[in-house]
Design a protein around this ligand. Structure first.
Ligand code: KG4
Ligand code: ZN
Length: 360
């Protein structure tokens, strides 16, 4: 079964075709990072307009790269939640129109749940060259989902049967990377630039706090971000508040690298503390990491050091937003639930992970 997956919830216009929930046939990702970089973050209206320009060419490109036509496609899967409303509308409208014209079943996909499914792609067409995991994760599976909009720890007993163990109470971890990058004057997106700067920094230079929460699996990154801002203010002797152009300009490269390294160490340690506790409490058969922050090498290093299980990672290209994860989850949906009518389904800009979509 070949599924065409469409993703447009934030700043990537992405379309992919996946066969039987594991074989990647094509993967087209058009990122808007350059467009938004000048503003220091995603501008929703600009994002929606860019999706409109790119969506049709991206769909055609995905079919062409896989050397397929619409006759070969069995179903369409599309992100309907959560995300920026204008961006979601572009992808879902394209999917609904194409499902109607080509008479294909349509599956609405939860973006955060889909991130986990990047780990189920284990095979690819000859023209692709991604470094994929050798096999699909087994259940029970512990998933650490760390993206720009989400930080979640979920325990999957099976496809669609999962329990949310904990989630962020304020900023998502990727959001914290992005905001801290702004505070210390590193370019957007903050995750990769902090990771790069941290390579030259001393992770023990600044002591930063870890939040203590009632639910030991929950996260909170807002206090860490504020503590870092206070640290920068103390270091520079100026109390410019955030956001400010003046404050980052007062730091030199050594201070910037030390702040980046200290922040990254504490943020990653927090994630790994929670993942380690969940692992000990629930003894899953596999652990997967999902979302843009899964690309972080320090996170991978600390997980390898502290979890007594080997983790296979999805390639970077499938950790950040893409259509392949949408198509892959679409396949498992197609096994369990009925498609929706293209005439009456709506986007849901904020929706936490739930298993209701699978319940029959
Ligand atoms: O999953 P994603 O592409 O979009 C969302 O669904 O949010 O994640 C984007 C996030 C951004 O916050 C970005 O700064 C972060 O992932 N990110 C990283 C790294 N690469 C991307 N964070 C830490 N280290 C990285 N190497
Ligand atoms: Zn995402």
């Amino acid at each position: 079964m070949k599924i065409l997956g469409i993703e447009s919830s934030c700043d990537e216009t992405a379309v992919a075709i996946v066969e039987d929930g594991h074989r990647l046939l094509s993967n087209v990702v058009h990122t808007q990072i350059d467009i938004h970089a000048q503003y220091g973050g995603v501008v929703p209206e600009v994002a929606a307009r860019s999706h409109i320009e790119i969506i049709n060419p991206a769909i055609n490109q995905a079919l062409a790269n896989a050397q397929l036509t619409w006759d070969d496609i069995d179903a369409i899967a599309v992100t309907y939640a959560p995300g920026l409303i204008g961006s979601l509308l572009v992808g879902t409208l394209a999917a609904r129109t194409l499902a109607t014209i080509h008479n294909k079943p349509l599956y609405p996909i939860h973006h955060v749940e889909a991130h986990v499914y990047a780990n189920f792609i284990t095979d690819q067409s000859d023209h692709l060259d991604l470094s994929l995991p050798s096999r699909q994760p087994s259940f029970p599976m512990l998933a650490l989902i760390v993206s720009g909009g989400h930080s979640q720890l979920a325990l999957f007993q099976d496809h669609g049967n999962y329990e949310l163990l904990g989630q962020t109470q304020d900023d998502a971890v990727g959001e914290a990377f992005d905001k801290v990058a702004k505070i210390i004057g590193l370019p957007y997106p903050g995750g990769p630039s902090i990771a790069k700067a941290a390579l030259n920094g001393d992770p023990n230079k600044y002591r930063l706090p870890k939040a203590r929460l009632q639910n030991p699996y929950d996260f909170s990154f807002s206090g860490l971000k504020t503590a870092l801002l206070r640290g920068v203010q103390a270091e520079t002797g100026h109390d410019y508040s955030f956001p400010s152009h003046e404050l980052p300009a007062l730091l030199d490269d050594v201070q910037r690298a030390d702040f980046a390294a200290s922040f990254q160490k504490t943020a990653v340690e927090t994630l790994v503390d929670k993942a380690e506790k969940a692992f000990r409490d629930h003894t899953p058969k596999s652990v997967v990491i999902a979302g843009g922050v899964a690309a972080n090498q320090e996170l991978r290093r600390q997980l390898a050091e502290r979890l007594p299980i080997e983790i296979e990672y999805a390639p970077m290209q499938l950790c950040t937003d893409n259509g392949a994860m949408i198509a892959t989850l679409g396949y498992f949906y197609a096994q369990k639930i009925d498609p929706v009518s293209p005439y009456d389904f709506e986007v849901v800009p904020s929706l936490s992970m739930t298993k209701t979509a699978w319940a029959k």
